[in-house]
Design a binder for this molecule. Structure first.
Ligand SMILES: *Cc1c(COP(=O)(O)O)cnc(C)c1O
Ligand code: SF4
Length: 377
């Protein structure tokens, strides 16, 4: 057994085994109810990084009674499938929402179970993704020449055993119209030993292959994680990061600044910062939308442009991602655009002449007999 397999099999999955849980027996009994609905998984590598019950890593994985409270408030637009993914599944476990790309679920197991997960309805329950759903998904992609980009998702595709993962990659690469393959994963940041040299040897055979890694807090970037990211980057995968904005975990400019700088140091480019989805049982993690804009305002211009992710809302009901920007445009006319910079100062940018409104040009004065059009003429 490899170290990562041991860390995974040593996961905490029961309320009885949670360290750091304050509260009495009654509280723990309630947590057991929560865990019956939304399973627990904290692998032993991740648990080792947790320092106390206030730890931002701990808050992402420890169940709380608020999850049950949230369940009872379903009238507020919360949903077990807030992005309406099931409606955009032409075959089971494949989401075809955008014209040229699809999301393919490879499994529904994860290295940890995040309490705020959008796919809370599926994660950790066996038997949803099967060999048969995968076969149908790959067949669907093969039959749809408009699909040029597939995102392997789940669950976590990097928990699929090497041999099986290679079989899937190979099948996808046999589809001539498929240009790029992406991997969406939280493994490098939460179970870094899984990124073995053997895994990288497999991955590098199937380029162009990209990976978007889930990271929410700078403390997740440990020396082990740095090794994992370097291995993936050395295998030639461009690395992006996806982050969920979470109340009490990363909802300050300071924490986010540290996170994005640390990501660039381990060769990961921040890609998306997500406003938390309206998932049942996760409402207590939601921040106001202003918070996200404030964070982007705090990053843009203040640190490397490469460190600034796109702040997006994945629209409830399944309209896809929409990018939000803090107001940098003060005024916008055909004549000019007035913009505000990161220090709050305003600047004018005149539009090109053909855009400018036709001015009523005054009739030229009759030329005085002595005037010359050009001094050099
Ligand atoms: C996010 C997402 C994608 C990928 O979106 P990009 O903006 O191209 O990264 C594709 N399909 C679904 C269903 C998604 O949610
Ligand atoms: S790793 Fe991703 S899919 Fe898995 S529980 Fe966390 S957020 Fe959900």
């Amino acid at each position: 057994m490899q170290s990562w397999q041991r860390q995974l099999s040593d996961s905490v999955v029961k309320v009885e085994d949670l360290p750091f849980v304050s509260g009495d027996e009654q509280y723990r009994e309630k947590l057991k109810k929560v865990a019956e609905i939304f399973p627990i998984r904290i692998n032993s590598y991740f648990l080792k990084q947790v320092k106390s019950e206030h730890d931002p890593l701990w808050k992402q994985v420890v169940p709380t009674v608020e999850e049950l409270d949230d369940l009872l408030r379903s009238e507020e637009g919360l949903d077990s499938d807030p992005l309406n993914e099931e409606k955009d599944m032409p075959v089971p476990e494949l989401v075809h929402r955008y014209p040229d790309r699809v999301l393919l679920m490879l499994n529904n197991q994860c290295p940890i179970i995040c309490r705020f997960c959008t796919r809370k309805r599926k994660i950790g329950f066996p038997g949803i993704v099967t060999r048969e759903t995968l076969r149908q998904g790959i067949e669907y992609i093969a039959q749809h020449p408009e699909i040029r980009d597939v995102i392997m998702s789940g669950g976590d595709p990097l928990l699929v055993p090497d041999k099986e993962l290679e079989r899937i990659l190979k099948a996808l690469r046999e589809i001539p119209h498929l240009e790029i393959i992406r991997i969406g994963t939280r493994v490098p940041g939460t179970l870094p030993d899984r990124i073995t040299p053997e895994l990288c040897e497999i991955l590098k055979k199937y380029h162009p292959l990209y990976a978007n890694l889930h990271f929410n807090h700078p403390d997740e970037i440990t020396p082990e994680v740095e090794v994992a990211c370097n291995r993936l980057a050395d295998a030639g995968l461009p690395l992006g990061a996806q982050t969920v904005l979470l109340k009490g975990v990363n909802d300050t400019v300071e924490v986010m600044t540290e996170l994005v700088k640390k990501l660039l140091r381990v060769r990961v480019k921040p890609y998306y910062l997500y406003q938390a989805d309206m998932t049942v049982g996760t409402d207590h993690f939601r921040t106001s939308v202003e918070k996200g804009l404030e964070i982007i305002r705090g990053l843009q211009g203040h640190t490397s442009g490469m460190a600034v992710p796109y702040f997006v809302i994945d629209t409830p009901g399944g309209g896809g991602k929409v990018r939000l920007l803090p107001d940098s445009i003060v005024e916008f006319t055909d004549k000019e655009v007035v913009v505000r910079n990161f220090e709050g100062k305003t600047f004018r940018y005149p539009q090109p002449l053909e855009k400018q409104p036709k001015r009523k040009t005054p009739q030229p004065e009759p030329a005085a007999p002595s005037s010359k059009l050009c001094e050099l003429a």
